[in-house]
Design a protein around this ligand. Structure first.
Ligand code: UD1
Length: 342
């Protein structure tokens, strides 16, 4: 029997991480989750096991704790690649607690890279974000668009993270890395076994929509209808989380097969389709048959007017493309909300 490569997934109990572990296991990879459960629960492992038939290895470790992280690497000497999700991700919180964000997000990245470099583990996939483009001059935005000054400490940790990776790769190390720049991940696994678990009042649009539809919130506030867009509301590229997870499997395979031509390559992971907030509300109502109470309020500070991806590089080079429809994606988010409410 041939053994499949072992992939270490930091933050693997989180929203995108858990979907990625699921898809990795379905592709035959063995996985180890390293997660401190600061924004997730151990039950996620059961969900992954119910979908895939295999419970991932799990180590409850904070990647900022270097001795504990080193111990995990020591105990799994066969790690072939690392996918690094572990990070704090609330934009608003990062404005109020910048040091928490710089400490958590950068310290964990530095430790993970350091452990990898000490052990000669070369292959690394990093969770980046379209937030690094700010409001792009050209739409759809491609990977060679300039990085704009970060709008928040969270966004800055993604920019600095990319720079740290480039510097380590340029230092003569063995590092081979892919930076995946996600657009707006939404939805849940179609089985409703795993999904997003926002803590407190959701800041992101789709969890707020599903909670409002479920009656947990009175109504959705639409932040602004006076933008320079066809209906006045902001435009984003909403990417299905399972599609996004599949991009990580493509990235890992691409690195393991040695197909990368440069030590660091960045890819946009989006659908290529921009949808406004008002269009998304309409599509949600259409897809689920649920009426969504909403009202227009003022703009939210720090919001970008419109951004959507040019995903051609990922399509052509990684052989990845988004396949799920927005209707199915919104239904998956709704089914997940119904599941966690019952
Ligand atoms: C936000 C972050 C981004 C992060 C991403 C993770 C900011 C400025 N950006 O993106 O860095 O990577 O989350 O998913 O916070 N909206 C409403 N009402 C709501 C909530 C949102 O109208 O109650 C609107 C927003 O104004 C925006 C759109 O919905 O136009 C999407 O918002 P959100 O889901 O928070 O994502 P982003 O702001 O695009």
């Amino acid at each position: 029997m041939t053994t499949m490569p072992l992939i270490l997934v930091t933050g693997g109990a989180g929203y995108i991480g858990s979907h990625t572990v699921t898809v990795l296991q379905q592709a035959g990879f063995e996985t180890i989750i390293v997660d401190d459960l600061s924004n997730s629960t151990v039950d996620v492992l059961d969900g992954i096991a119910r979908i895939t038939g295999v419970r991932p290895h799990f180590e409850q470790v904070d990647c900022c704790n270097e001795p504990a992280l080193a111990d995990v690497f020591d105990r799994y000497p066969a790690i072939a690649a690392v996918i690094h999700f572990a990070a704090s991700k609330s934009v608003g919180e990062s404005v109020g607690q910048p040091l928490k964000y710089y400490y958590n997000n950068l310290q964990s990245l530095i430790h993970v890279l350091d452990e990898m470099m000490h052990r000669g583990i070369a292959h690394f996939v990093f969770s980046s974000s379209c937030t690094i483009y700010g409001q792009p001059d050209k739409l759809p935005v491609a990977e060679d668009e300039p990085v704009k000054p970060a709008m928040s400490p969270y966004g800055n940790t993604k920019q600095i993270g990319e720079e740290i990776i480039r510097d380590v790769a340029a230092s003569g190390s063995a590092l081979q890395s892919i930076l995946l720049r996600y657009f707006n991940p939404i939805g849940a696994h179609p089985s409703a076994e795993i999904g997003e678990l926002p803590v407190g009042v959701p800041q992101n649009l789709v969890p707020f929509i599903t909670q409002t539809a479920a009656g947990v919130r009175k109504e959705l506030n639409v932040f602004g209808n006076d933008y320079n867009t066809p209906d006045g509301s902001c435009i984003r590229d909403y990417i299905n989380v399972v599609d996004l997870a599949r991009a990580h499997v493509k990235a890992v395979n691409y690195l393991l097969e040695g197909k990368n031509t440069q030590p660091v390559e960045a890819f946009n992971i989006g659908t290529g389709r921009g949808l406004s907030v008002l269009e998304l509300i309409r599509l949600f109502q259409q897809a689920t048959g649920v009426v969504l109470p909403y009202k227009i309020v003022g703009r939210r500070a720090g919001d970008i007017e419109q951004v959507w991806a040019n995903p051609q590089k990922a399509n052509n080079v990684l052989g990845w493309q988004a396949t799920e429809t927005i209707e199915d994606t919104l239904r998956s988010a709704w089914n997940w909300e119904l599941k966690i409410r019952n």
